[in-house]
Design a protein around this ligand. Sequence first.
Ligand code: CP
Length: 302
Amino acid sequence: MFANSLIDLQNVSTDFLAHLFSLSEKLSQQKNSDRQLVEQRRGMTVALTFFESSTRTRMSFETACIREGVWPLLLDSKGGTSLDKGETHEDTLLNILAMGPQLLVVRCGDDFDLGRFAQTCSTPILNAGWGRRGHPTQALLDAATWLGHRPDLSGAKLLVVGDIRHSRVVASHLELSRQLGYEIAFCGHEEFLPESTQQKVFSKLEDGLQWADAVMALRFQMERHQNRHFENDFRRFSLTVENLKMLKSDALIFHPGPINHGIELTAEVLKDPRAVVLEQVRRGVWIRQALVRMILEGETVS
Ligand code: CP
């Protein structure tokens, strides 16, 4: 397996998850960085390599690194790098590794085999969103957010609505749900559902909302659909103030972001007290900070 890297959540242990959630909770209470720790880590770097666009994941890793006293070095594919000259992703990462970062954080598409690459590296690697393959830190921060509202996810029911077929977030939740014991069901237009699935599927959104303890709306991935007429099919499954009357009063409403307003949900939904979209973002910093700390301290992240 991978050398202290986190590429997927298939084999993560319950001990690791418990420790991660507990550490991220502890970090959420911390007002300032530990000055002694920051002093010890002077000169250490974490390379944040984003071959695809990101706001939340990138900036929360930057925040996490700064709070942990390690310098975040950012390569953003849109920032005029030698990727423009045709340098490959693999060569780019090998050159960055040659500069000796303590950790490499990577966002990339399906065209790069991050799993194989990680197996060849002695530096720990964190998957920050890999094509449709997985987005483990997103699933972990979602779970941390949910655990902030209920002590145990065993038997809890998560309804995922939207562009499930193209979602790396769903891929990671399917892995994590096996460890934490929550059930996942899907709802959406057939164009957006997986071609085959073992999950429960609701054809009517209202039925799914009645069943769920939490609902997650997923972004309509416009960049993956040539034919925009699907946008209208997608809107049939939008979360609205009206249909959310079917959702339990203590349920949660998630969206990993970015949101297409009026497509996955209407703006009023974000004012619903059950909506925790910005809490997900806050938790994302603490989960990523906890992972950075565990890796810097040599603790296993699996
Ligand atoms: N949820 C998420 O991964 O957002 P970004 O693409 O902005 O990082």
